[in-house]
Design a protein around this ligand. Sequence first.
Ligand SMILES: NC(=O)c1ccc[n+]([C@@H]2O[C@H](COP(=O)([O-])OP(=O)(O)OC[C@H]3O[C@@H](n4cnc5c(N)ncnc54)[C@H](OP(=O)(O)O)[C@@H]3O)[C@@H](O)[C@H]2O)c1
Length: 266
Amino acid sequence: MSLELRLSGKTAIVTGGSAGIGLATAKALYSEGVNVAIAARNPERLENAVSAIQSLPSQGAKVIAISADLTQAESIEKVVSTTLQQFSQIDILINNAGSARAGSFLDLADEAFIDAWNLKLLGYIRLVRAVVPHLQSRRDGRIVNIIGGAGRTPRPSFLPGGTTNAALLNFTKGISKELAQYNIRINAISPGATATERAERLAEQNAQIRGVSVEQIKAESLQAIPLGRIAQPEEIAALALFLVSDFAASITGTEIIVDGGQTPGV
Ligand SMILES: NC(=O)c1ccc[n+]([C@@H]2O[C@H](COP(=O)([O-])OP(=O)(O)OC[C@H]3O[C@@H](n4cnc5c(N)ncnc54)[C@H](OP(=O)(O)O)[C@@H]3O)[C@@H](O)[C@H]2O)c1
């Protein structure tokens, strides 16, 4: 059996597709012949990402960039309508844009929570609501929510992100049964430490909170991972590709944790 994903000709929206896990996933989809719309705020980073994606061999796929602040409800509509104008269809949604900051609980004002909930919790929910009517009419849809281990394993220094992720797990599982009747599958990937710019920023913030060096924070993180390695964004992208392919045709409402064995749970 060969792992032919048969995704060529489909169209995907990847939020936060200009960096890190989102960019790796956009690249992986494009290489499989999927038309990709990447959405993020910074236009220059988006342009660079489009050039990087276009430099890859593809099977006739196209990539477009949509500059949008996904904390704003209007931006969600813009992302969906621009994708439909360009590609006439939507098959795949990768909800990925998130940027909660680390901080000690007593130092965090409401804004830290509200910003995290607006971008990631409401942003993901709004995008699902906006794409579902299109997926329903095609009786086919594949959604992956990139969530994160702090949803199940909370940390005192990451409560805005942890509360966002816990709520998104509830949402992903809660909506999966309703979407299944239209052959729309929705799953979550929860990365542990993954080598992106964001992981660097979080290490710096954690170092500041604890008054230790960034190197010490990184060494401690690595030591806590049984497999002894930080995941690469391409590993998360590969799993997302599998989940949106027909190999996962019977998988919905589930969460796959990619954390080197750090939180096995039961
Ligand atoms: N890396 C990890 O260790 C890790 C672990 C667990 C979970 N995760 C989750 O994985 C996802 C991706 O993380 P990452 O590490 O790849 O992050 P990253 O490298 O910081 O990339 C974040 C992407 O989201 C975009 N973005 C940020 N704020 C946005 C906004 N308001 N509107 C639209 N786009 C926005 C960024 O572009 P602009 O700034 O230009 O908008 C960028 O494209 C996040 O949901 C994160 O919580 C990551």
